[in-house]
Design a protein around this ligand. Structure first.
Ligand SMILES: Cc1cc2nc3c(=O)[nH]c(=O)nc-3n(C[C@H](O)[C@H](O)[C@H](O)COP(=O)(O)O)c2cc1C
Length: 623
């Protein structure tokens, strides 16, 4: 029976040993092409994504869905890398390619190819093997050589609607980058539950599948803008798609400079407008976001200092709903958090019209609201404006009333977007990891200096914090100007090896990573090991780098019937790596707490404590 238990135990161990490295790889292992024992590639480090240099407005105009008949020609690694980076990657300043208002990124992207299905790992821009085999048959049949399973991870964010808005943003970037690279893309909401065949973890729910491939024939767009209206025609700015994604400007307050009609026109167009390109293959003009079943159930309202206006995407025009500044009323109807909503010169409010888009597809409408917001954020960046989003609407009635829409209870707002010129209140970035220079070895009780410098991308002042690894730290010290060198000093009381950690934070409390530096303080280090049972067998080992001299020891016994309770002695020296075995002459027995302390020259000291039942007879000895 015992033998059987042991074999089950060993089997479990073997299973765990097999499973743990695979799971651990996702976060821990260096992503390289790692051919596992089975001969398959567990990690693929993606190549650098191509910076897509198409002008932002042009790439928004080229956004369109390609529904079926992909030739199946695989994407190159660089193409796939570029699409995945745009979808969910990390930007050079430490941000992400899409904006999560509360910083929770809850999407897992399953990259389905003919060879296998991988998970995209944004932190190191790599693919992690999830499942071998060809699962391209999952979802709508389009022939696409790559399908992206966009899956909500419920453990990261509990709100499925917010997760769908995030997926809408991801999908916009996939569309933009694919079309700019002359590839084709499609969002599908049908048959997404097929993704369960990939053995998704129980906390993940499939939401959308995106199809990416090559169009069978080249795009045939020609410039044919909508006829003039009361808004100016759409113009191209100078920012490229990649630049807009990389430098997105998030603002929390705005100065009172009003936006020009052209600026307002561009933002409204980006949110829900119509392309200035005519698609000669599909005989249509595409809209800036996609819409499920081509329904487009949103109504777009805009509030500025002068009133509230409704945007008509098909004519690219606005009509006045109510005059007067309603921005304070809007702010009162939503939960603005730390955003000064009423200071924004332009507030954009997309409302889902329940009479147009069925409640059945509610989550898809959340996706579309996310896509609208993403376009507003990017176009604001292209206009050198800062924007932000509020996603908690506390009083839909009050919001409709503020906009002069009180009777239209069919209208529901999911998000409010703000944009305008800022007072430098744009997205904050953490300071760089501190560069630390200083000694890596020294002596006890000597003060050592560490020169520290970090640069804040927003030129904010910085503070530094040093963890000296001996149970003490510097606390936050500063502020210092960005890139200004400072010196922190420390002396260690005990010999030993220390890993010192230093980090920086800016004035908005955004922290860098730790920078570590090793410090070896030379000299004797005494370690005590006590074993109970028959007698007290104590080993005092010098694990340091110099001989310990004049080592005084004390053994104190608390409890039991033991005499004497305390005994002391002296050892002349203990050499490096040598162990002194101490077996003190004490008599008695019983449950006792034994404390052994040693103090040597220069204040080198150590203590060992043990509790237990002891039978004491014994003698003093040295080894
Ligand atoms: C949330 C959502 C779900 C969609 N689901 C599907 C789908 O299941 N199948 C499909 O062929 N297209 C689907 N589409 C794509 C739309 O049909 C397409 O966006 C719309 O017809 C507008 O065409 P365009 O994107 O080419 O401008 C979906 C789009 C969205 C936004």
């Amino acid at each position: 029976m015992r033998k059987k238990d042991m074999s089950i135990f060993f089997c479990l161990l073997i299973i765990l040993a097999t499973i743990i490295p695979v799971i651990g790889n996702i976060n821990g292992q260096t992503p390289e092409q790692d051919i596992g024992q089975s001969g398959r590639i567990d990690w693929i480090q993606l190549p650098e994504p191509t910076p897509v240099d198409m002008i932002l407005e042009q790439s928004i105009c080229r956004r369109m869905s390609f529904h079926s008949g992909f030739p199946g020609t695989p994407l190159s690694d660089v193409e796939l890398s570029t699409i995945l980076w745009a979808a969910y990657g990390a930007t050079p300043t430490g941000g992400r390619t899409i904006y999560s208002p509360n910083g929770t990124y809850s999407t897992t992207i399953y990259v389905i190819r003919s060879d296998a299905t991988y998970i995209y790992v944004p932190s190191n821009h790599s693919l992690f093997l999830w499942k071998t085999g060809n699962y391209l048959y999952l979802g709508q049949s389009t022939g696409a050589p790559v399908k992206l399973g966009l899956v909500w991870n419920q453990s990261i964010a509990a709100d499925e609607k917010a997760a769908m808005a995030e997926i809408g943003m991801i999908a916009q970037n996939v569309y933009f980058d694919a079309n700019a690279l002359n590839l084709a893309a499609l969002t599908t909401g049908m048959s997404v539950n097929d993704l369960y065949e990939l053995d998704l973890p129980t906390n993940e729910k499939p939401e959308i599948i995106m199809h990416v491939g090559r169009p069978p024939s080249a795009y045939d767009f020609y410039y044919n803008p909508l006829p003039p209206s009361n808004l100016p025609g759409v113009v191209n700015n100078t920012l490229t798609l990649a630049e807009a994604v990389n430098t997105r400007q998030i603002a929390y307050s705005w100065n009172n400079t009003g936006l020009s009609v052209l600026e307002q026109s561009q933002i409204l167009w980006a949110s829900y407008g119509t392309s200035y390109l005519y698609d000669d293959i599909n005989n249509k003009r595409h809209r800036t976001p996609p819409s499920a079943i081509n329904i487009y159930p949103f109504k777009i309202y805009m509030a500025n200092q002068t009133g509230v206006y409704q945007y008509a995407p098909t004519t690219h025009s606005i009509s006045l709903i109510v005059s007067g500044d309603k921005r304070e009323l809007i702010q009162d109807a939503i939960d603005p958090g730390n955003i000064s909503v009423a200071s924004a010169p332009m507030i954009i409010l997309p409302f889902w019209d329940k009479n147009i888009g069925s409640q059945t597809y509610l989550l898809w409408w959340w996706y579309e609201s996310g896509a609208i917001l993403h376009n507003i954020l990017l176009e604001s960046t292209a206009l050198n404006l800062g924007a932000n989003i509020v996603s908690v609407i506390t009083d839909q009635n009050a919001l409709r009333t503020a906009l002069g829409l009180s009777s239209q209870t069919n209208l529901v707002c999911f998000h409010v977007a703000m944009t305008g010129h800022t007072n430098g209140g744009t997205q904050n970035h953490p300071p760089t990891d501190p560069i630390v220079t200083g000694p890596s070895n020294g002596k006890r009780l000597v003060l050592y200096n560490y020169t520290i410098v970090s640069t804040d991308p927003d030129a904010d002042e910085v503070y530094y914090f040093a963890d000296w690894a001996d149970g003490t730290n510097s606390g936050w010290v500063g502020p210092y100007s960005s890139s200004e060198t400072t010196v922190l000093s420390h002396a260690w009381a005990q010999s030993g090896s220390y890993i010192v950690k230093i980090k920086a934070k800016d004035t908005k409390n955004l922290e860098s990573n730790w920078t570590t530096i090793d410090m070896m303080i030379g000299g004797p280090v005494l370690d005590i090991t006590i074993k109970g049972g028959v007698g007290i067998n104590t080993a005092i080992k010098n694990t340091g780098t110099a001989t310990a001299t004049n080592v005084s020891w004390t053994v104190f016994c608390d409890g039991g019937f033991i005499i004497p309770r305390q005994i002391t002695g002296k050892i002349n020296s203990i050499d490096v790596e040598k162990t002194y075995s101490l077996r003190p002459l004490i008599f008695g027995l019983g449950r006792s707490t034994i404390t052994v302390t040693v103090v040597a020259d220069d204040g080198v000291n150590a203590e060992g404590v043990v509790n237990g039942f002891f039978l004491m007879l014994i003698v003093v000895g040295v080894k």
